[in-house]
Structure formats: structure tokens, C-alpha cells
Design a protein around this ligand. Structure first.
Ligand SMILES: [Zn+2]
Length: 149
């Protein structure tokens, strides 16, 4: 199956390398989930299951959720909690800025290295007593503007 990954997403070969690096086997279900994520990039477990159903493949939400969680625990993927309180997974684990469309429940990556740099520089001097910063997750919550005809 030759699926071209979306920009920034690892190819199947790169994904396999990642799995091995984390001591995980390149099992068929993991490869299948990644193949779907190569196209979706950001998805809730339901959305991944929907893709499998369209292709006539039977999977449970729980099994897909477990694979996505395991990949995120190993920093191969990342978790994104949407403004609607829904858990999404991101096939690109590196920190980046997002647009979250709260009407269509979709994510888009925003390329704004300047913004990330400004926040990181600012936070470099910031301390939160009793905590260490583990991750910076910038998400713009948007709704589509309706075009007038
Ligand atoms: Zn993303």
C-alpha cells in the first residue's frame, strides 16, 4: 500500500524505525493505524475507526485508542485535547501551533516559528512554583467564517 504521508508525518519506514527505537514491534495493527494517520494527521479514535470502516476493515474504538495512546506515551505521536474536550492524536509529536475548528472538529497545523520562539523565550524566564514545564501546546480555537454570495 503506497500512501504518501502528509507534510511532516513520518513514512511507514520511518515509523518502523521509531517503533524499534522505543522497543515496540512493527505489528500490523500499528502500521495500519499509522497508514491512516499519514493522511489524517490529526484524528480522534472515532475518526480513525471511520476510515477503517470505509475500507471495510473491522476494528474497535478501544483497540485504536490503545494503539494511539501507546504511540503517544512513547512520544511517537502526541495527544491534543480539543476545545470541545475530545481527545485527538497528532502524528507529528514535535511542538507546533494549531488551529482547532470547533464546528468541524478538525485541526490544522500553523507554521509560525516566530510565535513559538516568542513564547519559549518568554517562558524561559518564567517559573511556576512547584511545577516544571513539560510541554507548550498553543491552540487557536476558530470557527469557519461564512462566505457571502
Ligand atoms: Zn499538529
Amino acid at each position: 500500500m503506497a500512501v504518501k504521508p502528509q507534510k511532516g508525518v513520518r513514512s511507514v519506514e520511518e515509523f518502523k524505525t521509531q517503533l524499534h527505537r522505543h522497543g515496540l514491534k512493527a505489528t500490523r495493527p500499528r502500521i495500519a493505524v499509522h497508514t491512516v494517520m499519514m493522511d489524517l494527521v490529526h484524528a480522534s479514535p472515532d475518526q480513525v475507526v471511520e476510515r477503517f470502516r470505509e475500507a471495510g476493515v473491522k476494528v474497535t474504538v478501544a483497540s485504536v485508542y490503545n494503539i494511539l495512546s501507546e504511540l503517544s506515551d512513547n512520544h511517537i505521536y502526541a495527544r491534543r485535547l480539543s476545545a470541545a474536550g475530545k481527545m485527538f492524536f497528532d502524528a507529528i509529536p514535535e511542538a507546533h501551533v494549531h488551529l482547532y475548528d470547533r464546528e468541524n472538529h478538525t485541526y490544522r497545523d500553523v507554521v509560525d516559528e516566530e510565535l513559538s520562539a516568542i513564547v519559549e523565550e518568554h517562558l524561559g524566564r518564567r517559573k511556576f512554583k512547584g511545577y516544571s514545564i513539560e510541554d507548550i501546546d498553543i491552540q487557536f480555537v476558530v470557527r469557519p467564517t461564512k462566505r457571502k454570495k
